[in-house]
Design a protein around this ligand. Structure first.
Ligand code: KG4
Ligand code: ZN
Length: 343
C-alpha cells in the first residue's frame, strides 16, 4: 500500500511517500525556521502563508523523489489536528483536493498518533503492551498502549509542554529559536550540577507533570544574577541545569508509568525525543532495568510526513476513511487505537 502523508500542523510543511506503513520512499520537509526565528516563536499567520506558498512544491517533490505517480497511490493521510487551525487548513484542503481530483482514499490523522506511529518506521515489531511518551512543543502526554484496544492517556502536563519549556527557557537565555535544539547544543559544554532547578511533581504518585514553575525559577535565577549584564554567568551551565531538570521529570514519570502498568516496552516520540540527554538517560535506565526502548531517529521525532503516512496505513488497513465532505481541522481528532497489532 503506497500512501502520501501530509503534515502542516505547525511550522514544517512536510510530505512523504511510505510503502506498507514502514518503507519510507521519500520524506520532504520545508522548515519555516528562518521565517519565525526573528520573532522567537511561531507566528501563526506567517506559518499559514508559508504552508500555502510551498505545499504544492513539497508534495510534488515527495512524489518525484519516491518515483511515484499519483495513480500509483492507494490513499492520502493528512494531519487533521491538533495544531494551528490555519496551518492545518492548508494541508487538509490540499489533501482533500488531491484525493477528490484523483479519486483516492483520504484519512485525517491525529498528529499525536502520528508521532507514536513514527516508532513503526524503524521497528518491525514493538512488544506490547507498552508505555508511550509523546513529548513535543504542544504536548507532554504519557499513554498506556495495550496489546488490544485503544490507547489510554495516563499522564500529562498540567501546564506547559516540555518543548514549550525548552523554547521559552532558550528565549530567556538569549538562545536562538527553536529553543530545544539550542539548549541541547549549548548544554554539551555546560556543567548541569552547578545550579539546581526544581523538579515539579517528581516525588508525588501522579503521572502528571508540570513545567511552568521551572520556567519561573529560571527567570528568577536570571534576574538574581543580573542577566544579561552579569559577567560571571555561564550560559552553558544554566542551560545544562535547566535541561537536566526537564529530562529528570520526563524519565522518572515515564519509568513510573512503565512500572505501574507492568510493561517492558517504552516508546518515546515527538520533537523533544530528539534531545540528546533524554535519549541517553532513557537508554541507560532501560538497559539497567531490562526494558525495550523505541525512539525514532531524531528526524522522525520532529514533525514529518512519514509518521502521518505510517498512522494512515493502520487506518486504511482497518478500512477506516474520513468522510470526504466533512473532513476539517480539529483540535482533538480521535486516535485510531489498537493500531500496533495485527498488521
Ligand atoms: O513534534 P514537534 O516537531 O512539533 C510539535 O508537534 O510541537 O516538536 C517541536 C518541539 C519544539 O518545542 C522544539 O524546541 C523541541 O520539539 N525540540 C527539542 C529538540 N529538538 C526539537 N527539544 C529538546 N531537544 C532537542 N534536540
Ligand atoms: Zn509534533
Amino acid at each position: 500500500m503506497l500512501l502520501l502523508g501530509i503534515e502542516t500542523s505547525c511550522d514544517e510543511t512536510a510530505a512523504s511517500v511510505v510503502k506498507d506503513g514502514r518503507e519510507v520512499l521519500s520524506n520532504v520537509l520545508y522548515s519555516q525556521e528562518p521565517v519565525h526565528q526573528k520573532y522567537g516563536g511561531v507566528v501563526p499567520e506567517l506559518a499559514c502563508r508559508q504552508h500555502t506558498a510551498v505545499i504544492s512544491d513539497v508534495v510534488c517533490a515527495a512524489l518525484d523523489k519516491a518515483r511515484v505517480e499519483l495513480r500509483d497511490l492507494s490513499g492520502i493521510a493528512v494531519t487533521q489536528g491538533p495544531g494551528l487551525m490555519g496551518a492545518l487548513l492548508v494541508g487538509v484542503s490540499f489533501g482533500k483536493a488531491m484525493a477528490y481530483r484523483h479519486k483516492l482514499r483520504l484519512i485525517g490523522v491525529n498528529h499525536l498518533e502520528g508521532h507514536i506511529a513514527a516508532v513503526h518506521l524503524e521497528n518491525r515489531t514493538v512488544e506490547l503492551p507498552a508505555v508511550a511518551l509523546v513529548v513535543s512543543g504542544g504536548h507532554t502526554n504519557i499513554y498506556f498502549v495495550p496489546a488490544h484496544g485503544p490507547l489510554e492517556l495516563v499522564g500529562q502536563t498540567i501546564d506547559d509542554a516540555a518543548g514549550e519549556a525548552f523554547d521559552k527557557g532558550a528565549k530567556m537565555l538569549g538562545l536562538p529559536y527553536p529553543g530545544g535544539p539550542s539548549i541541547d547544543r549549548v548544554s554539551k559544554t555546560g556543567d548541569p550540577n552547578r545550579i539546581r532547578f526544581p523538579r515539579p511533581f517528581l516525588k508525588n504518585d501522579s503521572l502528571d507533570m508540570s513545567f511552568s514553575g521551572l520556567k519561573t525559577s529560571l527567570r528568577y535565577y536570571l534576574e538574581r544574577s543580573g542577566f544579561p549584564h552579569a559577567s560571571d554567568l555561564r550560559i552553558p551551565d544554566v542551560a545544562a541545569a535547566f535541561q537536566q531538570a526537564i529530562v529528570d521529570v520526563l524519565v522518572e514519570k515515564t519509568v513510573s508509568a512503565a512500572n505501574r502498568y507492568g510493561v517492558r516496552s517504552i516508546c518515546v516520540t515527538g520533537g523533544v525525543a530528539a534531545n540528546t540527554l533524554l535519549r541517553r538517560r532513557l537508554a541507560e535506565v532501560c538497559r539497567e532495568r531490562g526494558r525495550s526502548l523505541y525512539i525514532p531517529t531524531p528526524g522522525y521525532c520532529t514533525d514529518n510526513g512519514a509518521m502521518i503516512a505510517a498512522a494512515g496505513y493502520f487506518h486504511f488497513h482497518r478500512e477506516r476513511e474520513s468522510p470526504f465532505l466533512t473532513l476539517s481541522p480539529h483540535t482533538a481528532p480521535p486516535m485510531g487505537g489498537a493500531w500496533f497489532t495485527g498488521i
